[in-house]
Every structure is written in C-alpha cells, then in structure tokens.
Design a protein around this ligand. Structure first.
Ligand code: FES
Length: 118
C-alpha cells in the first residue's frame, strides 16, 4: 500500500510505501537533508513540521522523539523525520535552508532600507 507525502514549501509530492520512514521519503524526493546521526534521533538535523491535518498520517512520536523534542515541540507539530513512519497521505513543511534564510533576511532588510529612503 502506498501513501503520498507532499513536501512544502516546494510542493513536491512523492509516493512511498506505508511504513517508510519520513527521512527515507525526503531522500526519495531528492531533497537535501543532511544528517549526522544516521537516523538515531540524536543530531536533530531532520526536524520537520507536520501540517495540521496530517498528524494522523504519521506514526506516534517514539520515546526518543519525546525525550529529544519535548511535548511542547511535539504539540506544535515538530517531528524528527528519522523517527516518523508514513501511515497515510501527509503534508510536511521542511525547514528553510539556513543559507537561503540568511540571504532572504538580508534582501528583506535592503528592501526595507530602500523603502525608507523614498
Ligand atoms: S537523522 Fe539525526 S535526529 Fe534524525
């Protein structure tokens, strides 16, 4: 049985077998998500955001995930991709690349400065 995972903001859909880890789905979608621990819930580099209506489409948080993220983060929809299994169609928001985020912030500041000049 297959499920569709759609990754945002790129809006990239990918079909995976039910039971596939979300990190494997990320890799199958050819999205760069570097990690250091190889899926052992220790590097925290695979944090993703589950869209509101998709929480039932993933396996419940593992003990390691609960310990690492804490209930407050889990309740906000943050999960570790290496610990989630895909159970159904899901919408997942990936974090912005830190370099791209820095460039975007700089461009927003420049735009704000030039608006102030006029
Ligand atoms: S891959 Fe390291 S915490 Fe998920």
């Amino acid at each position: 049985m297959e499920a569709q995972v759609t990754f945002y903001p790129a809006e990239k859909p990918i079909k995976v077998r039910v039971g596939t880890s979300l990190l494997q789905a990320v890799h199958k979608a050819r999205i760069a998500m570097p990690t250091r621990c190889g899926g052992k819930a220790s590097c925290m580099m695979c944090k993703i955001q589950v869209e509101e209506d998709s929480s039932a489409a993933l396996s419940p948080p593992s003990a390691a995930e609960r310990r690492k993220l804490g209930m407050a983060e889990l309740e906000k929809g943050t999960r570790l991709a290496c610990q989630c299994k895909v159970l159904g169609d899901a919408a997942i928001r990936l974090p912005e690349n830190p370099l791209k985020a820095a460039i975007r912030r700089q461009m927003e500041l420049k735009a704000q400065e030039s608006d102030e000049l006029w």
